[in-house]
Design a protein around this ligand. Structure first.
Ligand SMILES: Cc1cc2nc3c(=O)[nH]c(=O)nc-3n(C[C@H](O)[C@H](O)[C@H](O)COP(=O)(O)OP(=O)(O)OC[C@H]3O[C@@H](n4cnc5c(N)ncnc54)[C@H](O)[C@@H]3O)c2cc1C
Ligand SMILES: NC(=O)c1ccc[n+]([C@@H]2O[C@H](COP(=O)([O-])OP(=O)(O)OC[C@H]3O[C@@H](n4cnc5c(N)ncnc54)[C@H](OP(=O)(O)O)[C@@H]3O)[C@@H](O)[C@H]2O)c1
Length: 420
């Protein structure tokens, strides 16, 4: 057993990181391979990999510049003494402002009356010159003295609004980082004050997309890269952008650790049939399951439901899937391409279309697995299962719910979820 953990990660190298989407796709989903080297790390299918990211150096530098700090200033963090630059890169989440920091503005924006900052005046002039939205007047000859009468320009009032209206707070922090806030409000924080408020950098988990028996010494992931642009700067998810843009192949040391699962496991009996539902990046553990089931042999049938926006651009792992189908390892492959026609087709629609057969599989003891989006997809699939039990099992809604949620999920532990 290796002792690598979130606090003591193994420093791995990425050996491959390529985009799975076809040309013209709206998405960026990558296949990312980590070398486990001499770590002694092992994993089973169903486990997740923890990845520790770092903030991009340009964001660190811009934050230091905006705040007027010294990059070499020594600070003590939960990881020990280090330069401010290193602490901001490795120890804290600086890519999205948190509520604690916005709340702290109450004690920083202390001016009595209307304190219009130089930056706000500059923004006002720019927007007036460009007929920008959200400002009241287009008369560029107006002097600074009238600025206080423009709603929302009073920093004290703005902070009060943000800290007392939960929706305004959510809306404000959604698109901003600390640099934006320091540009919005002319405030000054010492590095120590800032680090006290910022969140510690947390590892991200990724469902493992490979079988260790098939890829000894490596662990593979299917990662949806989070990118967006706000307030004139491109930005995105901390860990996904780190893996896609910052990590150099076979060069950068990336901290990883295993996060084993006790529940999201293959049936012990290799004769047991399984249904896997994994749209989008939800396919990750099912690539691993298929590799393992092929490696292990056995007569259990495998039925995979997969979907994403378009067959042309999102048919991830097409070659492997076609091989499994050709060789009879994948008994059935059912797709839901949501944007290849007028109306949305999702995996739960396909499940219901095949409801009679799904029910037969359930009656024969099949395991049901789901992976991917927790907020919408998993809930809709759950509902579809209850409807299948009603329609094809002849159950009342209460009995169907009991069967899916109590019998299959809790008692028999054959409805298993890896949703996020
Ligand atoms: C058990 C488990 C398994 C997982 N497996 C996988 C997997 O196999 N593949 C995978 O890709 N992910 C997986 N995830 C999700 C993964 O852990 C990360 O949450 C995901 O990659 C985003 O991390 P990030 O650091 O890039 O983004 P973060 O920095 O954490 O930012 C993500 C946040 O950005 C915000 N955001 C998104 N779009 C916008 C926008 N336009 N404007 C402003 N804010 C926005 C959202 O609030 C979102 O929550 C899994 C999660 C868990 C818990
Ligand atoms: N924290 C993050 O920032 C982050 C990063 C990566 C993934 N995730 C999570 O993981 C999920 C997976 O992301 P992904 O890019 O792999 O795939 P996804 O966005 O979930 O999309 C996969 C497929 O699911 C469809 N879909 C949308 N709503 C659905 C619903 N209610 N029921 C069933 N299917 C539905 C999509 O269709 P349409 O798009 O055409 O509607 C698409 O065809 C995300 O939705 C998100 O919750 C989060």
């Amino acid at each position: 057993m290796s002792s690598w953990s979130a606090k003591n990660p193994y420093m791995s190298k990425v050996t491959e990181c390529y985009v799975l989407n076809g040309e013209g796709s709206r998405k960026e989903t990558r296949h990312i391979v980590f070398d486990l080297g001499d770590s002694g790390l092992d994993y089973k299918v169903g486990d997740a990999l923890g990845v520790l990211a770092e903030n991009p150096q340009n964001t660190v530098d811009l934050l230091i510049e905006t705040a007027g700090w010294d990059a070499d200033h020594l600070v003590t963090t939960h990881n020990g003494e280090r330069t401010l630059s290193e602490a901001l890169k490795k120890d804290f989440e600086i890519h999205r402002v948190n509520k604690k920091f916005v709340n702290s503005l109450t004690n920083k924006v202390t001016s009595t009356g209307m304190r219009i900052t130089v930056k706000l005046i500059e923004r006002y002039r720019e927007s007036v010159a460009g007929q920008g939205s959200g400002w009241m007047s287009s008369d560029s000859s107006l002097g600074d003295e009238i600025l206080p009468s423009i709603p929302g320009d009073d920093p004290v009032g703005r902070v009060e609004h943000l800290t007392t209206d939960a929706d305004a707070m959510e809306d404000y922090i959604w698109s901003r980082d600390y640099i934006d806030v320091m540009n919005d409000f002319d405030v000054s924080y010492t590095p120590e004050e800032f680090l006290e408020l910022a969140d510690k950098l947390k590892p991200r988990l990724y469902s493992i997309a490979s079988s260790h028996d098939v890829h000894p010494g490596f662990v593979e992931l299917t990662v949806g890269i989070v990118r967006y642009s706000h307030h004139g700067r491109d930005r995105g998810g901390l860990c996904t952008v780190y893996m896609a843009d910052e990590v150099e192949i076979n060069k950068t040391d990336v901290g990883v650790f295993m996060s084993p699962t006790k529940s999201f496991v293959l049936p012990e009996d290799k004769e047991t049939d399984i249904i896997m539902v994994g749209p989008g990046t939800g396919i990750a553990p099912f690539r691993a399951f298929m590799e393992q089931r092929v490696h292990d042999g056995g007569t259990g049938k495998n039925w995979l439901f997969f979907g994403d926006q378009s067959e042309k651009t999102e048919y991830y792992y097409k070659e492997s899937i076609e091989d499994w189908l050709d060789e009879g390892h994948l008994y059935r492959f059912t797709t839901a391409w949501s944007r290849d026609q007028e109306e949305k087709i999702y995996v739960q629609h396909r499940l219901k279309e095949h409801g009679a057969e799904v029910w037969e599989w359930f009656e024969r003891g099949a395991y049901f697995y789901i992976c991917g989006d927790k907020q919408y997809m998993a809930k809709d699939v759950h509902r579809a299962l209850i409807e299948i039990a009603m329609e094809h099992g002849g159950m009342s809604e209460d009995d169907a719910t009991h069967f899916i949620e109590k019998t299959m999920m809790r008692e028999e532990k054959r409805y298993l979820r890896d949703v996020y």
